[in-house]
Design a protein around this ligand. Structure first.
Ligand SMILES: [Zn+2]
Length: 210
């Protein structure tokens, strides 16, 4: 589903409730969209006009308890508040500019008679490797930062904080081998690392009193 389709289609019945939660968490005009995707997924993004969006899939909504939902939404809101999407955008713009600069530009003669291409195998490898490295460095840090900020936002808005601990504990136990494999190339740190990071800042999250 394209972003434009998502913006102009009929609103999902859950969207108004989710929008109210997000509006309580921030003054930023962030629009919540529920996608029909069955794959559990939540992400923050900017549309073509630079408008701030949070996309959450129906599959994920079905999996989350109420307090987990608060945490997941607060995490995505935090990405917007902390300006992460601009950092990501600029980082990849710069990477793409460098790729463009080193890309060979074969003449029409080389292209037709010698079969040369402007996207040889070594360039594709550099592209993939640099993408993984950028994800592993900048974007990993951002996940941890967004988790911390999410708790702060939930506290200020008066939402329960219990969802964070529950969410990561569940991810840890439900994480399959394939997820482990994906997490090696994905920008998200493991649930265990993220939980430990949160507990370092907010040890009270592990207690029963919240
Ligand atoms: Zn995130």
């Amino acid at each position: 589903m394209g972003i434009l389709d998502a913006v102009f289609r009929k609103r999902h019945p859950e969207e108004e409730r989710l929008q109210n939660i997000v509006d309580r968490l921030t003054f930023h005009p962030i629009r919540v969209i529920v996608s029909d995707d069955e794959q559990p997924e939540a992400l923050s993004l900017l549309n073509e006009d630079g408008r701030e969006l949070i996309l959450i899939s129906r599959g994920l909504l079905r999996h989350l308890s109420e307090d987990e939902l608060y945490f997941v939404l607060a995490h995505e809101v935090a990405h917007h508040i902390l300006g992460h999407l601009y950092v990501k955008f600029l980082t990849f713009q710069i990477k793409n500019a460098i790729m463009e600069a080193i890309r060979p530009k074969p003449s029409w003669f080389d292209r037709i008679f010698r079969g040369k291409t402007d996207s040889p195998w070594w360039l594709q490898i550099i592209d993939v490797v640099s993408e993984i490295l950028l994800n592993k460095t900048i974007l990993m840090e951002e996940e941890m930062e967004a988790d911390i900020k999410a708790i702060e936002l939930l506290k200020i808005a008066g939402f329960p904080l219990t969802g964070a601990y529950r969410f990561f504990r569940r991810l840890q136990t439900e994480e399959s081998f394939m997820d482990e494999l994906y997490s090696m190339i994905d920008e998200h740190p493991s649930p265990g690392d993220r939980l430990n990071n949160l507990l370092k800042h907010y040890p009270e999250l592990a207690g029963n009193k919240i």
